[in-house]
Design a protein around this ligand. Structure first.
Ligand SMILES: [Zn+2]
Length: 305
């Protein structure tokens, strides 16, 4: 039983701006905690390869992707949206973040009983078909889903998103695509203030109030997600793994702890064992309280084991 961790040095070079919460130290916090936990010796670490433009065209418009390539600044930064900056190294980081998820799909599809985690940034789940948004340039997990559907000719891929913010970009890309089941739990109202009413029947949204306690969050997931996933019988489970619902993370007001991230990983692993030979690919989304982020990722990886 092995977990492969995909990352790339380029993901450290993207700078989102001075004092921006989405910072390279997030990846270091995860790596430090991996070493401290001893999991470093169990996890296989691999360098990601960059996504190709053709991989991105499956989930983003050609116009948008080509524009991002063309906009790459040689110095300084440009704003892609009010929260999302791009500088000299951002495109390379974003290509490796999306590419890592493709590498991870290849990894888990090549063998049974495999899980992969992509320790990458910038994150992806707010990036819509034709728009960068909320720190996200390319929608990494959507790129993985599209690749799995096309390259491996899968017909049922589940995407689970437990970031504290609604995965509006992923919903935008896959709404009404019956090959994908998208389950997103999030604080509502909260940025981006979407998702209260799902836009299609393949979307299972769980908007939950601020100060949501772990017991409520777990109960909602058991009640709403598990029956949907059981009915869907996914051939692959993808995870937008955001850890900003941790009680120490002041980006939002959920009260989750690392035990809850271990719990959700165990639930997903059981489902993956039942329906898809244990195949799970998770990609980092949010999580901004550095110590809590490191501990939460380690707990999540333990839950997958
Ligand atoms: Zn988030």
């Amino acid at each position: 039983m092995a977990i492969t961790l995909f990352s790339h040095p380029s993901c450290y070079f993207h700078l989102a701006g001075d004092d921006h919460p989405e910072q390279p130290a997030r990846l270091s916090a995860i790596n430090d905690q991996l070493i401290r936990s001893g999991l470093e010796f169990i996890v296989q670490q691999r360098d990601a390869t960059p996504a190709r433009a053709e991989d991105l065209y499956h989930v983003h418009t050609k116009l948008y992707v080509d524009e991002i390539y063309a906009k790459k600044p040689e110095d300084g930064h440009i704003w892609l949206d009010p929260d999302t900056q791009m500088m000299k190294h951002s495109l390379n980081a974003a290509l490796h973040a999306a590419g890592a998820t493709i590498n991870a799909v290849d990894q888990v599809m090549s063998d049974t009983n495999q899980q992969a985690f992509c320790n990458v940034r910038p994150p992806g789940h707010h990036a819509a078909r034709s728009q960068a948004m909320g720190f996200c340039i390319f929608n990494n997990i959507a790129v993985a889903a599209a690749y799995a559907l096309e390259h491996y000719q899968l017909s049922r891929v589940a995407i689970v998103d437990f970031d504290v913010h609604h995965g509006n970009g992923t919903e935008d890309i896959f709404a009404a695509d019956e090959r994908v089941l998208f389950c997103s739990s999030f604080q509502y109202p909260l940025y981006p203030n979407t998702g209260e009413h799902p836009s299609a029947s393949n979307i299972e949204n769980l908007p939950l109030p601020a100060l949501c306690k772990p017991a409520i969050w777990r109960e909602q997931i058991l009640q709403h997600w598990l029956p949907r996933i059981n009915e869907f019988k996914p051939q692959l489970i993808l995870v937008s793994a955001g850890f900003d619902g941790h009680r120490e993370d002041d980006m939002a007001q959920f009260l989750l702890t690392e035990a809850d991230y271990q719990w959700i990983a165990q639930q997903l692993k059981q489902l993956a064992d039942q329906y898809c030979q244990g195949r799970i690919v998770a990609a980092l989304e949010g999580g901004y309280a550095l110590s809590a982020l490191g501990r939460s990722v380690v707990a999540f990886l333990k839950g997958l084991m």
